[in-house]
Each structure stands twice: as C-alpha cells, then as structure tokens.
Write a new protein. Structure first.
Length: 407
C-alpha cells in the first residue's frame, strides 16, 4: 500500500503504485478499487506533480507530500467513476422509457453510418408505418396484441402506386422484418431487458421466374437494333446504355448495382477482368462480395473493345450520361428502362428484367448445361451454394424432360 511505501530518494520499483516518467511523478491506480491491483493490468495513471517540485521539498516533507497527492487523486478518480456510473445508469433508465420513434432515430443514425442513406430511408418508412398503425408507444410495451394489430394494419395498407390494391405479402413481410430488426437492436442496446418475439406474416414460397433463351435473344436483338437505330439523341443514350447493361449482365451475370456503378477505370482489357469495387461517389458498395474480379469472355471482350473505342474523354462510367456522370440516378431507373423494353416485346410480366430475366435465366442455363455449381456460385458472387440453387428454375426444365419422355 502507498501508506507504507518509503518515498525517500524515490527508490521506486515498477510494481509500485508510483513511478517516475521524465520530469513527472505518476500515480498508478487499480481499475477497480475493491479488487485492487491486478497483475497484467496497466491500471489508471495520473500525474501527481513535477519531480522538480518534489525535489525542492525538505526530505522530511516529501513522503507526506506525495502521499497526500496520491490519495487526493484517488478520491478524484473515485468521484469520476461514480459520476460516470450514475450517468450510465440514468441513460439506461431513460432508454427503458424510450418510445419507438426515439429509439428508431438513434438506430437509423447508426444505419446511415454502417450502411447507406437509402437503406436508412427504407427502414424509416417501415417505422413510420408501424407508428401510423400502433401509435408511438413505449418500446417495452410491445406485446402480442401490438404485433397482431401491426400485421392487420399491414394487410389493409394501400399500395401507394396502385391505390385500388393493397401492398403485397412480400412488402408486408419486409416491413415486419424491419421492425423485428429494430427490436433486436433495442435489446442489444439496453432499450429492452429481454428480446421480443415478432410474429411474421406468412409469405408463400415463390419459384424464381426466368425467361427462355429465345426470349433473351429476342430482347438482345431489340436492344441492339434500338441502340444503332435513328433515334433522337436522348433515346440514343438510353438504348445505348440499356444495350451495354444487357450485354454486361448477359456475359457476367453481375447484379444491377454493380453494372450501374461500374467505372470505366475498373474495366481492365489487358488482364481480361472487370473489377467490382466500392463507389463512394454513388454511396454504393457491393453486396457481400467474395470474388471481386469478373472474367471477360471472348464475346464480351469484342464488344468492350469496340464500345470503349468511341468513348469521349469526359465519360467515366460504363453507363455514362455523356458528361462523366451515371446515366441513371439509381438502379431503379435502369430497371424501369429495361422493363419498358420487355413490355414492348410482350415478354412475360412479373419477371424482373435483370435479377430474374437475365441473371437467373443464365444461372439456370449454366447449371442445365453441366457447369460445376460451385463455379456458377463464384461467378454469381453468392455466399452459399444454396443461394445459387434458389436461382435455378427447375420447374420448366423438369416438366420438359417428363413431356419428352411421354412423347
């Protein structure tokens, strides 16, 4: 203990609670005063005084002087820890009194830092919908009755774009899932003492819908013709970029976001790869990217060589607006443009043009033609093989085999 240490001459060992660092005398305090010093733990360190001040004192006063400083600083540290503990307890008590809106605002700020503003915006829509249905009650009050009312309210929520229809089961499930994520965060962040169970709407399992190869070829010919036809300048840019997007999706099965955000600097013709990288300018990051470099096959290489040859110096994006910016402000614009083309050709409705119409179609085509599923998984950038198999439209293929056998 400090009280029995002999400070004369400051003959101090490293294990003692007081040390000399340069011209300062340092007091060392345990992290927990009740447990005392623990071997291997550095402890809390505070400057007590200058060594020159200590040396200026008569030898008979030095022990008492340094001991008083040590205990004075110890009381200050104890008070700091008590105040910090009381503050934490107050914050914790206040969290238990928080409303859905108050907790969600803190949560959404974290989402903005860890994910994207678009994700935070979508999550906020779900929280607003919950509050509209159940009011802004305390988090701890959430129970089965609130849960049932929320599901009932979702089932009776009108579709904003089609006021004569209600939101789909998929959308209902999405809103409920967001609220479940919020409640899990509330438990992890001390807003709730125990986790809350959320009843989820039952969503019927859907098989991945795809185009046939003939339908994809029809779309390809249409885009190629439109991109080279005598259209007004604005339409020329539109169809030129839709054609580029289709060709890239067709030969790499990249996700829409990766195509939309792709910069020309990430297309390496010499090495024959396309590098999928974060795009801070668009606040875009690839989804769980495992294999970030995509190979360029011969057909795509021929297209890229010709396409890049005629690019203006101002262009920076693969889908460029001609001024160094992205042609579409988001992926939705790209999807809408392609959907219009599919509707013009009379292709099956309800098939998402990039996600199902191209990506799932060619994943199915590769698997049907005997390509190793793991290789397809890597090309598709799926975390698991099971995810890849969800894109495998077996229904049409299996029925065709059975029908051929009957023939």
């Amino acid at each position: 203990m400090v009280a029995v240490l002999n400070f004369k001459g400051l003959n101090i060992m490293a294990r003692d609670p007081i040390q000399i660092r340069g011209d300062s005398i340092i007091g060392i305090y345990p992290d927990d005063f009740e447990k005392g010093h623990v071997p291997g733990r550095r402890g809390t360190r505070r400057v007590l005084c200058k060594k020159s001040t200590f040396d200026s004192l008569p030898g008979s006063e030095q022990d008492d002087f340094i001991s008083k400083l040590y205990y004075k600083k110890k009381r200050e540290i104890a008070d700091e820890r008590d105040n910090s503990r009381r503050l934490k307890e107050k914050i914790k008590r206040n969290k238990k009194k928080a409303t859905i809106r108050e907790a969600a605002d803190v949560w959404l700020e974290e989402i903005k830092k860890l994910q994207s503003k678009e994700t935070a915006r979508d999550y906020n829509r779900s929280i607003k919908l919950y509050i509209k249905i159940n009011k802004n009650h305390l988090i701890k009050e959430f129970d089965r009755a609130y849960n049932v009312d929320f599901l009932h309210g979702l089932a009776n929520t009108k579709n904003q774009r089609k006021q004569d229809e209600f939101i789909s089961m998929d959308t209902q499930h999405k809103h409920a899932r967001v609220f479940r994520i919020l409640l899990n965060w509330c438990h992890a962040s001390d807003y709730l003492d125990a986790p809350k169970k959320v009843i989820m709407p039952k969503v019927p399992k859907k098989e991945m819908e795809t185009f046939t190869i003939d339908q994809v070829n029809l779309l390809e010919e249409f885009l190629k013709h439109q991109a080279s036809g005598p259209n007004p300048k604005r339409l020329d840019r539109k169809y030129c970029n839709l054609n580029r997007a289709f060709i890239l999706a067709r030969h790499t099965i990249l996700r829409t976001g990766a195509i939309w955000s792709l910069k020309l600097e990430n297309i390496d013709l010499e090495k024959g790869i396309i590098r999928i990288r974060d795009n801070p300018d668009l606040n875009w990051s690839p989804k769980k990217l495992k294999w970030p470099n995509k190979p360029i096959n011969k057909t795509l290489m021929n297209f890229l060589v010709q396409d890049l040859k005629w690019r203006s110096p101002e262009e920076k994006y693969f889908l460029d607006n001609g001024k160094g910016g992205p042609w579409s402000s988001d992926t939705a614009g790209l999807t809408r443009g392609m959907k219009e083309c599919c509707m013009t050709l009379g292709l099956p409705k309800g098939v998402k043009p990039f996600h199902w119409g191209v990506r799932a179609t060619f994943i199915t085509w590769l698997l049907n033609n005997g390509v190793d599923p793991v290789k397809v998984q890597h090309l598709a950038d799926h975390s698991t093989l099971a995810t890849t198999m969800l894109y495998f439209n077996t229904r049409q293929n299996n029925q065709q085999i059975a029908a051929d056998m009957l023939g």
